[in-house]
Write a protein that binds this ligand. Sequence first.
Ligand SMILES: NC(=O)c1ccc[n+]([C@@H]2O[C@H](COP(=O)([O-])OP(=O)(O)OC[C@H]3O[C@@H](n4cnc5c(N)ncnc54)[C@H](OP(=O)(O)O)[C@@H]3O)[C@@H](O)[C@H]2O)c1
Length: 291
Amino acid sequence: MILVTAANGNQGKRLLPKLRASGVPVRACVRSEASAHALRKAGVADVIIGDIMEPAVLARAMRGAQKVYHVGPTAHPQERAMGMAVIDAARAEGVEHFVFSSVLHSITTDLVQHEIKRDVEEHLLSSGLAFTILQPSNYMLPLKLQPVFKEGIFRLSWSLDRLQSLVDLGDVTDVAAMVLANSDAHVYATYELVGTGRFTAHHLSRMISNVLDRPIRVEEIDADTYLDAWFGDADRSQLKHQACVLRAISARYSSHDFLGNPNVLTWLLGRKPTSFEEFVRAEYTTFMSRN
Ligand SMILES: NC(=O)c1ccc[n+]([C@@H]2O[C@H](COP(=O)([O-])OP(=O)(O)OC[C@H]3O[C@@H](n4cnc5c(N)ncnc54)[C@H](OP(=O)(O)O)[C@@H]3O)[C@@H](O)[C@H]2O)c1
């Protein structure tokens, strides 16, 4: 059985159908009843609901797992402790293969969520578990296209002139499924997962504009505006970690490009990674069919 954490997240909801299609029993761990309901509706029978930071929830999730795919939920205030607890529980359970979804250039101390993942990677390396580490670049996130489709504005919370590498979540989860299905071939590997191309916000908006066949405006927003859009009226005193993560992202991506190389992903997929234009085209087709 494969345990998938953050199971109704960006990666999890794309990965679970791929694992199920390969016939392997899967267990999903989520926090809310609503996510559990969505996953059950999608055919995932074994769902553990609860805060994985609670030892009893983690113990239930881990019981009987042979493999684990761990994703730290976005900007979770206890991401480091969570990663380490999941690794320790996997070791105690005798898990055969632990796959950790980390991040490209996890050595970047300036980025809060990278430094955390670097520590989790080190804990995994020292755990004695057979492991694989995936290091995806910035995701091509469907959520970021919604304001573009609806308002014609592409917003980023860092300099519009800095270059970045992106990766498609379908490609990331294709690799995750492959690695979990062929553990022996991939243990002790660390793979950078990066799509083709290097883009500023201006390049990205031009590509979106070509697909939509209408002009798109690009707008730089600050980290706190992004936080407002993400969390609405929620109590700011409860969001200190999230604010810290977003401010660090704005600062680092405004002072440095964030770039990687697509060779490893191309080799793993045995095909060209999904391009940004292909991603936008697919998302726009879905958007138009629903609206
Ligand atoms: N965004 C990027 O461009 C990018 C790029 C590279 C790496 N990353 C890294 O990727 C990770 C995020 O991946 P993702 O976007 O696939 O995940 P995600 O969408 O943030 O994951 C959300 C899922 O985690 C579950 N969850 C949250 N807190 C939980 C808890 N305490 N106990 C149990 N489940 C919990 C949620 O459950 P409910 O739905 O029930 O609330 C939901 O199913 C982050 O570590 C991020 O740094 C992101």
